[in-house]
Write a protein that binds this ligand. Structure first.
Ligand code: UT7
Length: 341
């Protein structure tokens, strides 16, 4: 069965820059603490009239243009987000309308910061089985609307953004003999596999308690700030390092690969220290990991496709390169993917 290819990528970050110094005016924090503990220097914030679908559409247009795919030729749109414009309908439906992707069916997946990786995995299945020809995968979040701007433990971490990928079926000739030492041992190109995991017993270490059916939005709940993001940072940190390492080892192992064969790491950017710990345990040099959290912070579902887009446009990724993708978010939901470009 032909592998799914990534035909185009795009990203969008809102214009407004919020620096660490700006946050010093809001909460008891410092530029030095934020840089040292997270690696973040600044982040972007959506304008008051910008919602998640607006960011998603900007990134999607770029990705479609790079892929040379017209919106009306898209069959499927999957948006990974936990900050859709409204509870119903999906953000994906709004993106479909704004793009004019008339024949596409569209839905959201909820896996927080792992949303784009989950969306990629879902879309990959549709493309590989031949049910759709062209799929648009988006990771987009406006977490600035969900964070508690009085909580220094969380408000310094997050930023708004969107990233998009256009997927299409490769042909059986999409293989790279040169990278595998000859025609008798050809290496398939495209998404080799995705590996997803969830542990819902950890739901409470990173959550937004109110706004759903358990605790609806009421004035009392809003007064208690229950509609804002809550996180046990230390627990999330520890779990993230362990599970990203395990997941990446599993997905590489499924193809008989070792971390030494990875050319690039495209990872969800939550905290520089998490990434450094993961890379160290996998014995992958830090230079192989595309980093952008210093300028965007943790953009949730957007961060993985934004990183891939930046790395590709910067000319970093070459045909035949092996990319290890990894992401983790509330759920806890996490996973990894192996792609040969
Ligand atoms: O996308 C997935 C979702 N999120 C994550 O992956 C985040 C994972 N966790 C983390 O990145 C880190 O745990 C944090 C950056 C959130 C916190 O870093 P830490 O090194 O684990 O700090 P800590 O929670 O142990 O806090 C150390 C101290 C505390 O003070 P005390 O209790 O030692 O007096 C905090 O109150 O730092 C304090 N602190 C701050 N100080 C200045 C916490 N936030 C801040 C802040 N500025 N913004």
């Amino acid at each position: 069965m032909p592998r799914t290819q990534i035909l185009g990528t795009g990203s969008y970050a809102p214009a407004r820059v919020v620096t660490n110094q700006d946050l010093e005016q809001l909460v008891d924090t410092s530029d030095a603490w934020i840089r040292e503990r997270t690696g973040i220097q600044e982040r972007r914030q959506a304008a008051p009239d910008e919602a998640t679908s607006d960011l998603a559409v900007q990134a999607s247009r770029q990705a479609l243009e790079m892929a040379g795919v017209a919106p009306e030729d898209v069959d499927l749109i999957v948006v990974g987000t936990v900050t859709a414009d409204m509870p119903m309908p999906s953000c994906a439906a709004l993106v479909q309308a704004k793009l004019g992707a008339r024949k596409a069916f569209a839905f959201d997946v909820s896996a927080a910061c792992a949303g784009a990786l989950y969306a990629l995995s879902v879309a990959d299945q549709f493309v590989r089985t031949g049910q759709v020809k062209r799929a648009l995968v988006v990771g987009a979040d406006v977490l600035s609307r969900a964070v508690d701007w009085t909580d220094r433990n969380t408000c310094v971490l997050f930023g708004d953004g969107a990233g998009a990928l256009v997927l299409g079926a490769g042909s059986d000739s999409e293989e790279d003999a040169s990278s595998a030492g000859g025609p008798e041992n050809v290496a398939p190109r495209g998404i080799l596999s995705t590996h997803l995991r969830t542990d819902g017993t950890l739901a409470d270490i990173l959550c937004i308690p109110a706004g759903g059916s358990r605790t609806p939005v009421t004035s009392d709940n809003v007064d208690a700030n229950l509609h804002k993001l809550k996180m046990n940072g230390k627990e999330v940190f520890r779990f993230a390092v362990r599970s990203l390492v395990e997941s990446t080892q599993t997905s590489l192992g499924a193809h008989g690969m070792t971390p030494g064969q990875v050319d690039h790491v495209i990872a969800h950017q939550a905290n520089l220290r998490i990434l450094e710990a993961v890379l160290e345990r996998l014995e992958i040099p830090r230079e192989k990991c595309w980093l952008n959290l210093h300028k965007y912070g943790n953009t949730s579902s957007a961060s993985l496709p934004m990183s891939l887009d930046e790395a590709w446009r910067a000319g970093r990724i070459k045909r035949g390169d092996v990319i290890a993708m990894m992401a983790i978010g509330a759920g806890m939901a996490w996973g990894s993917a192996v792609v040969r470009w």
